[in-house]
Ligand binder design. Structure first.
Ligand code: SAH
Ligand code: SF4
Length: 393
């Protein structure tokens, strides 16, 4: 690893904590918002229109203050302010890497912290977001796997990560631009590759991604969202039906014996079962290839024989392989494969016709690369960490 330039870090002072008590509009689906507005006294006939107006203010313009919503009457704005808040998780610190990667430490209700990573590239910007604090699963190479699940994030906390990054990047549309305007976007892609297993928090992830994809708000196309799962088979078909985003799978091994130790959920749904579920996915979503994430662990899963087996397993699945050099963390029981080994592995895959980019670690100087994130507030015996991933998809 190369020496890195000094890190810049600043404390953001904008208070973003949701005042206790009032319901937060951020994270409500359109239907939920409609019901909430009616419960607060909005005539049923008007409710749909009011949702449309609020939706644009909140998700297209990034407005947080009801007073600014000039197409609503003063009385209605006052009613909203009495009954609701528009609140995001609180940004505690922000670090900027010398490669432009930004890492936000974000505090959610209950005092838990998660990290969110923004990775700029020439033609896009990818935000890596979390779906849970901790993880119920115990993948042996993953820092998050050493911690217990603290709780699922709410839909508001999930979409809130996108919104606070847009705030920081100053990436809300300028006044005068139309809803859904294209134009260059600093935050153009989302990857659900932070802390947690998104398919064990399905409803909240789905609702948050529906909000992100809604054409009158943040308006990210469904192919600009990638959900990474360790292989929660029963939820894969549901992901196709109810979200329709791109799928990545933490594959990491080519035999059940090895995958059982690396990704223990394999004991429940083994490689064969997982591959069956994956085969149906691209058809069901009319989407592109599935990304197979494969962490390169020295002497564990990185032989030529593994590469050949992987090629066989992928047969019949539109796939690309993302080779991730293992990011070490304190106490990790594995080492990163050598560059030569990773290249040799990639060559075998490429010769078989699979795109297999080697993911360049980003933001290493601020511990923002895959598996390096760590939230320090948790007080379990084992260290609490979380994973971020780079775009590269
Ligand atoms: N729980 C989901 C999503 C988060 S993990 C999942 O497992 O897919 C994002 C990616 O980073 C996964 O592919 C994960 O296996 C990988 N990862 C975890 N720890 C890592 C480490 N230390 N080095 C490199 N990649 C890691
Ligand atoms: Fe959880 Fe994913 Fe880490 Fe496995 S790799 S422990 S599923 S966050």
């Amino acid at each position: 690893m190369t020496a890195k330039a000094p890190i810049t870090q600043d404390m953001l002072t904008i208070p973003r904590k949701a005042p206790e008590g009032l319901p937060n509009l951020v994270g409500m689906t359109r239907d939920q918002m409609r019901a909430a507005l009616i419960a607060a006294g909005t005539p049923e006939k008007q409710a749909k229109m009011r949702v449309g107006q609020l939706w644009q203010w909140v998700y297209h313009w990034g407005v947080r203050d009801f007073a600014v919503m000039t197409n609503l009457s003063k009385d209605y704005r006052a009613m909203l302010a009495r009954n609701f808040v528009i609140a995001l998780p609180e940004v505690v610190t922000r670090q900027v890497s010398d490669d432009g990667t930004r890492k936000y430490l974000v505090r959610i209700a209950g005092g838990h912290e998660v990290e969110v990573v923004y990775i700029p590239e020439t033609d896009r910007g990818t935000l890596c977001i979390s779906s849970q604090v901790g993880c119920t699963l115990t993948c042996s190479f993953c820092h998050t796997g050493t911690q217990k699940l603290v709780r699922n994030l709410t839909a508001g906390e999930i979409i809130g990560q996108v919104m606070l990054a847009r705030d920081d990047l100053d990436a809300w549309p300028a006044p005068g631009t139309g809803t859904g305007d294209a134009g260059p976007r600093l935050l153009s892609n989302i990857v659900l590759m932070g802390m947690g297993e998104p398919l064990y928090n399905f409803e909240n992830v789905r609702d948050a991604m529906q909000i992100a994809m809604d054409g009158e708000g943040i308006a990210l196309g469904r192919r600009r969202i990638t959900l990474s799962t360790s292989g929660v088979v029963p939820e894969i078909a549901r992901t196709a039906q109810e979200i329709g985003c791109l799928l990545a799978v933490s594959f990491h091994a080519t035999t059940d014996e090895v995958r059982d130790t690396l990704v223990p959920i394999n004991k429940r749904w083994n490689i064969e079962t997982l591959l069956e579920a994956l085969k149906a996915y691209p058809k069901a979503t009319n989407s592109e290839r599935i990304t197979f994430e494969y962490v390169m662990l020295d002497g564990v899963n990185d032989t030529d024989a593994d590469a050949h087996r992987l090629v066989k397993l992928l047969d019949g699945i539109p796939a690309k392989v993302n080779l991730i050099p293992f990011n070490e963390w304190p106490g990790a029981p594995y080492k990163r494969s050598s560059n030569n080994r990773i290249r040799a592995f990639a060559t075998i895959l490429m010769q078989a016709g699979y795109a297999s980019p080697i993911r360049t670690p980003r933001g290493e100087d601020i511990m923002a690369a895959c598996g390096q994130l760590k939230s320090t507030t948790e007080r379990s015996r084992k260290s609490r960490a979380q994973i971020a991933a780079e775009a590269g998809l």
